[in-house]
Write a protein that binds this ligand. Structure first.
Ligand SMILES: N[C@@H](CCC(=O)N[C@@H](CS)C(=O)NCC(=O)O)C(=O)O
Length: 311
């Protein structure tokens, strides 16, 4: 039996069986002309865990732009407990919150905003000076990191001339792949699952066609861009977690030669490899599937679309 407290944390799908991701609540920004939040070295703290793909984006950009000495980070455990994300001092997680000494991310949100009662998500970017949360939206946090004067200026992940191409890729990759695996995995009816699993694999087919079209190294050619960084966390989790835990099992990434080669190319780079902890990802998603999948929400099991037998 799932208690009301557990249901608040683990229930993911709405009554119609669809998973709809909540819009992030804290949406301020950092910039040189912002009245409060300036891109000052040593001023901000990122709350992350190694399982979460959205937190993974922010860790990757911090690594790639060599901001490790300029933006602090604290690691929570990769398992979603009935009280939400927590610190336990194990396997690379810190002992506790470095600002207030909390053990739950929920208490960080409440220290900043006592009336907050939406989902207590990671990543979170905190301003240590004002003790305010600047943002809990990863797509916006990564762009703030680009504005730090201390960022490695040789790497431009969002070059002016490529912005519209990057935005266009981000849009369908987010809807059909990054969030598509969640819409598939948290679907609470067969019809909803069937719809999203098909969309997901059509999008992977489209990626394969793009990457094999002209031997390009990265999604938009010979340079790594934000679009690659945003795709990577999902691909790194695909074969080891989404394939079984979220029933994304028509094919594996390793069945797509160009996509697999792209994945290996990124994983070979220290900035990506050091942020990719397969064991912790597996633990996190096994728990998420057991608690947040259809199991707790319907008594009618969802029949997976695959694997497809090659007879
Ligand atoms: N829009 C957010 C989504 C973040 C998000 O959903 N994070 C998940 C972990 S992968 C989370 O914290 N879930 C906890 C919950 O929903 O209770 C972002 O991209 O930053």
């Amino acid at each position: 039996m799932t208690s009301a407290k557990e249901a608040r944390i683990y229930t993911q799908a709405d009554k119609d069986g669809q998973f709809r991701r909540q819009n992030a609540f804290f949406r301020d920004t950092i910039s040189a002309d912002h009245p409060v939040f300036k891109p000052d070295s040593g001023r901000y703290l990122l709350y992350v865990n190694t399982g979460c793909p959205w937190a993974n984006r922010t860790i990757l950009v911090r690594n790639l732009l060599k901001l490790q000495d300029h933006v602090d980070i604290t690691y929570l455990a990769p398992i979603l407990s009935p009280d939400g994300w927590y610190w336990d001092g194990k396997d690379g997680a810190d002992e506790r919150d470095p600002i207030w000494g909390h053990h739950l991310i929920r208490d960080v949100y409440h220290s900043v905003e006592p009336s907050y009662d939406l989902r207590y998500t990671v990543p979170v970017l905190l301003d240590k000076q004002t003790k305010r949360i600047v943002s809990n939206e990863s797509s916006e946090i990564i762009r703030m990191l680009y504005t730090f004067p201390s960022a490695d200026s040789k790497l431009d992940l969002y070059p002016l001339a490529m912005r519209s191409d990057i935005d266009a890729l981000n849009e369908w990759i987010y809807n059909d792949i990054n969030n598509g695996v969640y819409k598939t995995g948290f679907a609470a009816s067969q019809a909803v699952y069937d719809e999203h699993v098909r969309t997901l694999f059509r999008a992977l087919d489209r990626l394969e066609a793009l990457l094999s079209s002209d031997g390009r190294q990265y999604l938009l050619g010979s340079e790594l861009t934000e679009a690659d960084v945003r795709l990577y966390p999902t691909i790194a989790r695909f074969d080891i977690s989404y394939h079984y835990a979220f029933r994304c099992n028509l094919r594996k990434v390793s069945d797509y030669p160009a996509l697999q080669a792209w994945f290996k190319r990124l994983y070979a780079q220290h900035e990506f490899r050091s942020a990719t902890h397969f064991d912790q990802i597996k633990v996190g998603y096994t728990m998420a599937a057991a608690k947040g999948g259809w199991d707790t929400q319907t008594d009618r099991p969802i029949v997976p679309a695959g694997p497809v037998l090659d007879l």
